[in-house]
Design a protein. Structure first.
Length: 190
């Protein structure tokens, strides 16, 4: 399940987790090809080729998304820098025309110091408010993940080859738990 609302960091973690799973599955498939019987080797080989193709497609899309985000951030930064430079030019023209700068520079300095004070206060407040909550949430996520992993692995081992569907469902539940952990992390960090 892809989170509907996400941050770039969340999406990066999510895509890395999926790529790890895709790489693991393809490696396992490749390792087992020699063990396949003649009767199913062609079908298995075609399925492996498709799996590789989709893995590489996923990897390329994740890479393209990162580039798009980076490009968008770079463009936004460029636009903001341009607006800032235009402001500085106008400010310098005003100073040159009026011969006054001390009052204005003092006001800008105060505004900048105020911004720093607000940033520091906000950061400290958020850290203080969330520290215990994040620690407890992190411990809960670790416990939940360990529980899901242990439970699902036990189910998978007990199921054997006859319960392939249960195994797939266990992986889906594990994936869902991972997505929920990402969402919980995002919520805690807000």
């Amino acid at each position: 399940m892809t989170p509907v609302s996400h941050t770039v960091h969340e999406l990066t973690l999510w895509s890395k987790a999926r790529l790890d799973e895709l790489d693991g599955a393809v490696s396992a498939m490749e390792g087992r090809m020699a063990e396949t019987s003649e009767a199913v080797r062609l079908q298995a080989h075609l399925a492996l080729l498709d799996a590789r193709k989709w893995r590489e497609g996923f990897r390329a899309r994740a890479r393209d998304l990162r580039r798009t985000v980076d490009s968008g951030a770079n463009q936004a930064k460029h636009d903001l820098d341009q607006a800032w430079n235009e402001f500085e030019t106008a400010f310098n023209r005003w100073v040159a025309a009026t011969g006054q700068d001390a009052v204005e520079l003092t006001a800008r300095t105060r505004a900048q110091l105020g911004a720093w004070d607000r940033l520091l206060a906000s950061t400290k407040s958020k850290i203080d408010a969330r520290a215990n909550e994040m620690e407890a949430g992190g411990l809960r996520m670790l416990e939940d993940a360990a529980s899901v992993q242990s439970s699902q692995l036990q189910k998978m081992q007990a199921a054997g080859a006859a319960a392939y569907a249960a195994w797939v469902e266990a992986l889906n539940q594990s994936r869902s738990a991972f997505d929920q952990a990402l969402q919980a992390t995002r919520t805690y960090l807000k």
